[in-house]
Structure formats: structure tokens, C-alpha cells
Design a protein around this ligand. Structure first.
Ligand code: MG
Ligand code: ZN
Length: 228
């Protein structure tokens, strides 16, 4: 009986989160504001990727960053220093963002002035993929030093995303990492997923990733304005 009750509560949490996420998606669509949710383990390079992306696109797009962290506003300040508007969410111990936190963060924002919304989730490879935030694409940042077995050990995360950024590829010569084994795991879980090989140190691949984002923003803009 106890077990059944626990499962029921979990389902209720997910379904109300999904409803809130759907409301956010409608709001973003009304403003033709393309959005991504960036997830990764701590230290994979989410914030560095966001900084470099802002650096390349700041003259082209108005970017809003929502940063989710357990504590501090370090990442939101980095995004702001790079040239974006930023909002920090502190989860106070919570290990993921949910749609209610994002809704609250967006409540005072004039969405019409932005072209791209980047949500940086809490560093965690387990539960962020289970909580939709209403963003258009879920992106996972993997990094070479984490090891090539991560798709096999964290299948939920690798399955639940629309794009994969493989960061720190400049470290390939220095750490044991079998790219074939890593990519085979991804192909099993998420065949044909969009992949970007980047290094935030050498800036290799950042341009291709940024161009993909700009194309996503452009195709969102060309859609007819939704009503209601
Ligand atoms: Mg960060
Ligand atoms: Zn969590």
C-alpha cells in the first residue's frame, strides 16, 4: 500500500508539472521566442558554453538566460557579463528545475524583447530530464573527462534530449575516452540525435552550435503568430 501511494504522488507531480510546462510553451510560442533547456552533470561546461554562445550571438540576438543552481548567483552573473539578460533561480537544495520555478522567473519579464531563451538547469544527470520546462529543445552537454560510459549509465538523460553538445574535445588526447563506444551508446538510446563536438577552451565547434541556434530562432520567427 505504501509503495502504491508513493507512485501515485510521483505521477501527480509530473502531470501538474507537465501542465505548467505546456502553459509556458504556449506563452513562448505567442512571443515566437525559441528556448532551450541545457542539462549536464556539474562541471561539464554548461555555463562556459552559454558564455561563448552569448559572445558570438550578442550582436544578432537578444538573449535571456535563466540559471538554476542550488545556491549562489555566480552563473547568472557570468551570463550577464557575457552580454545577456539573466535571472538566477536558487533551488535551495533542489536538484532540478521544474516548470513552476521557470514560470515564476518569467513572470516579470517582457518576453517580446527577446529572441532566445536559454535555461541552464541544475548540474545533475538524473532527474532534470523528467521535468519538462516548456522549452522547445532539451539539450545535454556531455564532456570528455566524464568518461565514455555515461550514455549507458544515465540512459534516461540521454534518451530525453533533442540535442547533444560534446564538450572538451580538446582533452581527447589526454584522457581515456572511446568516442566510438560513447557514440554507439547514444545511437542505441537516441538514434539520429543532433550532435555538436565543441571545446569551450579552443572554441572549436562553437560557431556550428551557434549557427544551429540561430536557425532554430529564425524558423520559430517565421511561424505564424499563435493566438490565445
Ligand atoms: Mg553552471
Ligand atoms: Zn531532482
Amino acid at each position: 500500500m505504501m509503495i502504491k501511494k508513493k507512485i501515485q504522488i510521483k505521477e501527480d507531480i509530473f502531470s501538474s508539472n507537465d501542465q505548467q510546462a505546456e502553459a509556458i510553451r504556449l506563452l513562448l510560442d505567442q512571443h515566437k521566442l525559441f528556448s532551450i533547456n541545457i542539462m549536464a552533470s556539474p562541471g561539464a561546461g554548461k555555463t562556459s558554453l552559454i558564455e561563448h554562445t552569448i559572445g558570438l550571438l550578442r550582436n544578432e540576438l537578444h538573449i535571456l538566460v535563466i540559471d538554476g543552481d542550488i545556491a549562489t548567483s555566480i552563473d547568472a552573473e557570468r551570463a550577464k557579463a557575457a552580454g545577456a539578460a539573466s535571472i538566477q533561480i536558487n533551488t535551495g537544495g533542489g536538484c532540478h528545475l521544474d516548470a513552476f520555478m521557470v514560470d515564476k522567473a518569467l513572470s516579470d519579464v517582457n518576453l517580446a524583447q527577446f529572441d532566445l531563451l536559454i535555461v541552464e538547469n541544475v548540474g545533475n544527470l538524473v532527474c532534470p530530464a523528467s521535468f519538462q520546462l516548456g522549452t522547445h529543445k532539451n539539450i545535454l552537454v556531455a564532456s570528455i573527462p566524464e568518461g565514455d560510459d555515461k550514455p549507458y549509465k544515465y540512459p534516461g538523460m540521454y534518451q530525453g534530449v533533442d540535442g547533444l553538445v560534446i564538450n572538451k574535445i580538446d582533452l581527447m588526447p589526454y584522457v581515456p575516452f572511446r568516442m566510438d563506444y560513447f557514440l554507439a551508446g547514444i545511437e542505441l538510446l537516441n538514434p539520429g540525435i543532433e550532435k555538436f563536438m565543441v571545446s569551450c577552451s579552443t572554441r572549436e565547434g562553437i560557431k556550428e552550435w551557434s549557427e544551429w541556434l540561430v536557425n532554430q530562432v529564425r524558423s520559430k520567427r517565421s511561424l505564424p503568430r499563435t493566438t490565445g
